[in-house]
Design a protein around this ligand. Structure first.
Ligand code: LLP
Length: 435
């Protein structure tokens, strides 16, 4: 275990930060900043922790779908394909990125609370494996379209199990009061299931739920598994239909700062598997295949962002601002959620850090802050290199062109080598759509 927030982070003797075994100062020189780094070895390791534990503990047919909203670009789908896992997509953009990467679309699950007709046509054109159907309206459209095409479309139904995972409100999704899914508590989930079973052009493969993200609470997945299994048992008793698949969504938390706990994913999976088996025995049912949809816990600690320091402002009695060449346009998570991050002076790790400061971006907005209350060397200044750790999830994928700032490139690190996965957005790219 290194002393850093994640064990793929280290330091050279000269005080340079390393990531995935490579010197970040060298990487910044080679590729420029701001720069997203992605440690491919770590991504594959994280995937294997899931797949190995699932193979060991979960019922046959169980597996993971990588929730590609966490980081979506072609290389991610290639890795998922090579690792033999499925993916979840939520938009035509994610779907077509998977297709462009040669990902087998029969292993793709299409999510979303408001899929448009065009989304549904496109996904069917592409031979999507499954729709995770959110509501009755969408179900009717899918059935009608499948009828027109003379196919039977596989689906799951997204249900809300009424569980609060106690993370921050913007990412809670499993409560009854949610824009996602159809509630079990109100009886609507049962109505939706009966409706799905009455349709000729869809095949119901099972049920889905997702309760939230960055979840550390003890038994959230065990509880949602038992609510879902009880629902499935109730449906079996009423209709004779047996669900072959229960998808428990994603959500396991990752370490952003030293005070965050370590989550032993393999142990968590064993716990959920035990609870699934016990519940199935109690309900006298065959354990269905269990799917999990991790996003953050696959890519977050595989990412790091490098920035170059520009202006440093000391406002006596108030605050010190260290401004960098990126900002909320490449990482909006502090502005949106007050998200915590570990920030390090990547070229000056051997020096004392005594100056409390705010790491500010370059966007024209006061809320453009990457992190508050961090410690930096007192004379940090123009040209120094700063690293923000654990940025692999929901950074590149949530980046914007606010202030017409181009998005940084994504550079993959693997086996001591680096290569570009997504190139830097140029001024020409930014002008490409303007007439
Ligand atoms: N499955 C579904 C249906 C989801 O909605 C999500 C995340 C996941 C899986 C993956 O969850 P994960 O394993 O990554 O926690 N932008 C926010 C996170 C939003 C999560 C949305 N759904 C953030 O930056 O924290």
């Amino acid at each position: 275990m290194s002393n850093f927030v994640c064990d793929n982070i280290g330091a050279t003797q000269g005080g340079h930060l390393t990531f995935g075994g490579l010197d970040t100062v060298e990487l910044a020189k080679q590729y420029g900043t701001p720069l997203y780094l992605m440690d491919e070895d770590r991504i594959r390791h994280n995937i294997r922790v899931y797949t190995e534990a699932i193979a060991k503990y979960m019922p046959a047919g169980s597996g993971i779908l990588y929730a590609s909203k966490a980081a979506s670009f072609k290389e991610m789908y290639r890795i998922a394909g090579q690792e033999g896992i499925g993916v979840d997509v939520v938009s035509p953009g994610e779907l077509m990125t998977a297709a462009a990467a040669g990902f087998d679309l029969s292993n793709v699950f299409f999510h979303g609370n408001n899929k448009t007709d065009d989304d549904i046509w496109l996904a069917m054109d592409q031979g999507i494996g499954y729709f995770v159907v959110d509501n009755a309206e969408e179900l009717a459209v899918i059935d009608r379209e499948a009828d027109t095409r003379g196919i039977v479309q596989k689906i799951l139904l997204r249900l809300t199990p009424g569980i609060d995972p106690h993370t921050y409100a913007a990412i809670n999704t499993g409560k009854v009061d949610s824009k996602f899914g159809t509630a079990i508590e109100t009886g609507q989930a049962e109505q939706l299931t009966v409706y799905a079973l009455s349709l000729k052009h869809v095949r119901l493969s099972g049920f889905h739920c997702h309760v939230g993200s960055q979840v550390f609470a003890e038994d959230v997945f065990e509880r949602s598994a038992s609510v879902m299994l009880e629902f499935a048992a109730g449906i079996r008793a009423k209709t004779g239909y047996t669900a072959g698949m229960i998808d428990l969504g994603g959500g396991y938390g990752v370490r952003y700062v030293d005070s965050d706990p370590y989550l032993d994913i393999a142990k968590k999976i064993r716990g959920v598997a035990q609870s699934v088996r016990a519940t199935c025995i109690r309900l006298s049912m065959e354990p269905p295949a269990i799917l999990l949809e991790p996003g953050r816990s696959i890519v977050a600690d595989a990412g790091m962002t490098l920035y170059t320091v520009g202006t440093v402002k000391h406002i006596p009695g108030y605050r010190n601002y260290v401004s960098i060449d990126g900002g909320m346009s490449d990482n909006p998570r502090y502005a949106l959620y007050g998200a915590r991050y570990t920030v390090l002076p990547a070229d000056r790790l051997n020096e004392e850090r005594k100056m409390v400061c705010t790491l500010a971006g370059r966007c024209c907005e006061s809320g453009d802050v990457i992190q508050d209350n961090i410690l930096m060397p007192e004379d940090i200044g123009r040209g120094d290199l700063v690293a923000v750790c654990t940025t692999g999830a929901y950074n590149y994928s949530m980046a914007s062109n606010y202030n017409r700032i181009g998005r940084p490139p994504v550079v993959m690190l693997q086996g001591g080598e680096s290569r570009i996965a997504v190139r830097r957005e140029s001024l020409d790219d930014l002008l490409r759509l303007d007439i």
